[in-house]
Design a protein around this ligand. Structure first.
Ligand code: ZN
Length: 244
């Protein structure tokens, strides 16, 4: 993979539009870190509090699980230096049934307020296939088109990366439906191959999401987990015809 398409400077203002606490860290912690180190500004929006991200027999009441994941997201972002974190509070796992008005309005309000150079969200495949991710991608795209500011970047996985990790993904059952669609290297608009220092900060952010990351990291083993999270790739929507 090459970094031919990587801009010399990261965006000055970055807005992340996500579905659950931890989406932002897995898919864009390195990018957020780069923006902040360059003196830029980062805002993160999560549509849900992630209260469904626990085993079915978790004894904690739903409000406690919501509070835990909110505090994990705040701590994760504090580890990177992101202090503008916005919670929409919609039901985890329920975005597809909810109707579009509320999440769309929340995304549009954030875009109108921040006026970012770059907005990041899931690609249309939702990366993991989670329905909430697919809805978030569609509504983020719609909101971005309506507000008309800056570029939209979809988090994406390259065919090479998917190939490299397929055995591990199959063994651990990482994807909720199918593996992500995958893109060619040439489609990548932004590659963030984390430096060791960036990787340490991303790992700290993910450690703050302990209710989600601890088991995954333990299952993979720490060195493998760090290699697995090391690369972030983004593509422009038009290249894949998503806006056609
Ligand atoms: Zn998620």
């Amino acid at each position: 993979m090459t970094s031919n398409h990587t801009p010399a400077a990261p965006p000055r203002s970055l807005l992340g539009l996500w579905a659950h606490p931890d989406d932002e860290s897995y898919l864009s912690a390195g990018l957020m870190d780069r923006v902040l180190r360059a003196g830029g500004r980062v805002t993160v929006v999560t549509l849900t509090d992630g209260e469904a991200g626990f085993p079915a027999d978790d004894p904690r009441p739903v409000e406690e699980r919501r509070a835990l994941r909110r505090s994990e997201l705040r701590a994760a972002m504090a580890a990177l230096g992101v202090h503008d974190v916005r919670f929409v509070g919609l039901p985890d796992g329920g975005l597809a049934d909810l109707g579009e008005d509320e999440p769309l309005a929340a995304f549009r309000a954030a875009l109108a307020d921040v006026r970012p150079d770059v907005t990041v969200t899931f690609g249309p495949d939702g990366i993991t296939g989670h329905d909430d991710h697919v809805v978030a991608s569609r509504l983020a795209t719609e909101a971005w088109r309506a507000e008309g500011c800056g570029e939209l970047w979809y988090a994406a996985k390259t065919h090479g990366w998917l190939e490299e990790w397929r055995e591990l993904h199959d063994r651990l059952g990482v994807w909720m439906t199918e593996e992500p669609t995958g893109v060619e290297d040439e489609e990548i608009a932004m590659l963030v191959d984390l430096t060791p220092r960036e990787l340490r900060r991303k790992r700290a952010a993910l450690a703050a999401h302990g209710s989600q990351s601890d088991l995954v990291a333990a299952a993979m083993g720490e060195p493998t987990y760090r290699r697995w999270i090391r690369q972030e790739t983004f593509r422009l929507p038009a290249l894949a015809g998503a806006l056609s």
